[in-house]
Design a binder for this molecule. Structure first.
Ligand code: NAD
Length: 337
């Protein structure tokens, strides 16, 4: 199949080329992000391959259908950026990579927890400048801390398994309970109890209308003062403006994020010689107790290999008139699984 690969970076080219040896699709790599302006780049391609910050709303879907696109293959598990209703209406099949390496994201989550609370970002810079003072670097033991996991699917479950090894006391909230995590000593509680009792709250649920701004003004009224919040899931699970207020008055003691609600204008680009015009994001970076990575939790050799392989296998199955099992329908939104 002829596949237009949007938002393609050097690592996408490398891993897709390696995986494509077994599939032999014709790949056109495009650095541009897919949106209403760049849809014409898909002309003449049967399939379009997108990543998390590509825009696949109703207007873009309509443009893709007019350009002859029959398959949309996502290099991601999350699909909140795709209008599945519009895709179905235009007869475009959508397929994703449901699981590529939950370990990559879970391990990065724990790395963020340790980095922010031991102030590794500050320590790294200090030591390089010959400043070996410890003031301002005081952390806490994770052992015996109460950690609340919101969303105990593939990633949340592995976070639970790792944190059990740290000796944490684990709580969880999910709309569907997962028996396996109970084996890691996790106790399911309701959301308010989790918010009120936990020293660390880590988000692993999908972004849906129900979870949008899950951590906002209301949640911040219920949390334990000084809580650490970690988000490696989707930016809009957190109301960033409310969280900034929580950081200013100390209700939030630590914030570590790999995702940001307005990240599409920032992440995956080198903007180091430009002025950042997003004042909310810039304010976040001024806090000593905030640690931000730019949506890199998935970024491991293993994950990229699996993403490339599944993405191309999805295209091969479609070309043969078969189902890969990774197809999404408008009903998928309800479960987002
Ligand atoms: P999953 O589908 O296996 O698990 C999600 C869990 O969230 C499920 O158990 C589900 O029941 C639960 N859930 C759904 N709605 C909920 C609600 N309203 N309240 C509480 N729980 C709810 O997904 P996963 O593979 O574990 O991935 C979790 C999220 O991580 C994805 O949605 C994706 O957005 C994000 N992600 C981020 C990266 C990254 O690089 N930062 C990479 C992959 C995935």
């Amino acid at each position: 199949m002829r596949i237009a690969v949007f938002s393609s970076r050097s690592y996408d080219r490398r891993f897709l080329a390696e995986a494509n040896a077994a599939h032999e699709h014709e790949l056109t790599h495009l650095e541009a992000r897919l949106d209403a302006r760049t849809v014409p780049l898909a002309d003449g391609h049967d399939a379009v391959c997108v990543f998390v910050n590509d825009v696949v709303d109703a207007a873009v879907v309509q443009g893709l259908a007019a350009a002859g696109t029959r398959l949309l293959t996502l290099r991601s598990a999350g699909f909140n950026h795709v209008d599945l209703q519009a895709a179905a209406a235009h007869g475009i099949t959508v397929a994703r990579v449901p699981a590529y390496s939950p370990y990559a994201v879970a391990e990065h989550t724990v790395a963020l927890m340790l980095a922010v609370e031991r102030r590794l970002h500050r320590a790294y810079n200090r030591v390089r400048e010959g400043n070996f003072a410890l003031d301002g670097l005081l952390g806490f033991d994770l052992r015996n801390k109460r950690v609340g996991i919101i969303g105990t699917g593939r990633i949340g479950q592995i976070v639970a398994r790792i944190l059990r090894g740290f000796g944490c006391s684990l709580r969880a909230y999910d709309v569907i309970r997962n028996d396996e995590v109970r084996d890691y000593g996790v106790r399911y509680v309701d959301l308010d109890t989790l918010l009120a009792e936990c020293d660390v709250i880590t988000l692993h649920c999908p972004l849906t209308p129900e979870t949008h701004h899950l951590i906002g003004e209301d949640a911040l009224r219920k949390i334990k003062p000084g809580v650490m919040i970690v988000n490696t899931s989707r930016g809009a699970l957190i109301d960033t403006r409310a969280v900034i207020e929580g950081l200013k008055d100390g209700r939030i003691g630590n914030l570590a994020i790999d995702v940001y609600e307005e990240e599409s204008d920032l992440f995956f680009e080198d903007l180091s010689d430009r002025v950042i015009t997003d004042d909310v994001f810039s304010r976040l970076l001024t806090f000593p107790n905030v640690f931000v990575t730019a949506h890199q939790a998935f970024f491991t050799e293993e994950a990229l290999g699996n993403i490339a392989e599944t993405t191309l296998a999805n295209a091969t199955a479609f070309e043969r008139g078969e189902r890969s099992g990774n197809e999404l329908t408008p009903e998928s939104v309800r479960g987002d699984r």
